[in-house]
Design a protein. Structure first.
Length: 315
């Protein structure tokens, strides 16, 4: 039985569409600024009006109904556009009267030395950040709890991870946030994910050649069963950016790296991209299979990287 009420293009609930249309008029200059700031094509304004703004209005309603701070999980495969979406949501929610903050689960990675120790103790693949087990979940939980429950005069330091250095920034370089947040947006490629029942068989070359005994994937799955629920169970509303499939994730990431190489900014080779993406293939496929039936909002992405529809979970 489909647990979702289908809501396709232009068909958000009428009250959401009306409020989003009004907000779009008031935010016209802000939308133009955001598109320029993010170096997006002018045509992206259509995506903002049809998807981003209605989602912001919908989340604002959720916050109003909750009568308290709201933790919103934003899950989406690599290249789905999570950072762009959450950046705009912060802008729009502020205009709608709510103080919001966007966090990436990436900023709660274990330090490089911690992952090196983990790689030695459990499995070498845990040196590579990204999969469950490579985050300081308790740091994430504590940070979000402080952000949502602090006093107006309190100043919270928000962790940041430097991907270029492959390490967490020193605490003195973390940005600060004053007072409680009404809405915290937590984005990441597996935010809200559940563990798999069967991980026995390798699903790609990386697993077959570098994790033949399944120790790496078992550790990640165990962490997803025992530790990550401490954080994910706090999510009040789960939004999923549903990519078409792993093929699109690989294609989009390959194109991204090609552009970096063309611009003389490094970038992985196509073979390196393929191996890199295989770290995340197992859980990405699992998420695509099971999350759409329970996420509060599913935004569908087509192979052309454009939104093609939205589904809302029935209350």
């Amino acid at each position: 039985m489909d647990l979702h009420r289908e809501v396709h293009l232009h068909n958000w609930p009428e009250n959401i569409r009306t409020a989003a249309r009004d907000a779009g008029v008031e935010m016209a200059d802000d939308i133009d600024w955001f598109i320029r700031e993010q170096r997006l094509p002018a045509t992206f304004a259509q995506t903002i009006h049809e998807y981003y703004l209605p989602l912001a209005v919908w989340l604002a309603e959720k916050r109003n109904e909750a009568n308290g701070p709201l933790l919103v999980g934003v899950c989406g495969g690599q290249g789905a556009g999570k950072t762009t979406l959450t950046g705009f949501l912060q802008l729009a929610l502020g205009k709608l009267g709510w103080r919001s903050l966007s966090l990436s689960i990436d900023d709660f990675y274990l330090t490089r030395s911690e992952r090196e120790s983990l790689a030695q103790a459990v499995h070498p693949l845990l040196q590579t950040r990204g999969v469950p087990g490579t985050h300081d979940v308790m740091l994430g939980l504590a940070t979000i709890s402080r952000l949502m429950g602090c006093a107006p005069q309190d100043i919270i330091q928000v962790p940041r991870f430097d991907k270029a250095a492959d390490d967490r920034l020193p605490a003195e370089e973390w940005p600060s946030w004053r007072g409680p947040a009404d809405i915290v947006l937590l984005e990441g490629w597996f935010v809200g994910a559940t563990p798999q029942e069967d991980i026995s068989e390798p699903i790609n070359r990386l697993e077959a050649e570098e994790d033949a005994q399944g120790e790496w994937r078992k550790y990640a799955n165990d962490m997803l069963s025992t530790v990550y629920p401490l954080l994910f169970d706090q999510i009040n509303c789960l939004v999923m950016l549903k990519v078409p499939g792993m093929e699109s994730v690989l294609s989009w990431r390959t194109l991204q790296e090609q552009k970096l190489r063309d611009a003389g900014r490094g970038g992985m080779s196509d073979d390196e991209v393929e191996r890199f993406v295989q770290h995340y293939e197992r859980l990405t496929r699992h998420i695509l299979k099971e999350m759409p039936e329970r996420a509060d909002c599913v935004l569908e992405l087509g192979r052309d990287h454009r939104f093609s529809g939205v589904r809302l979970l029935q209350e």
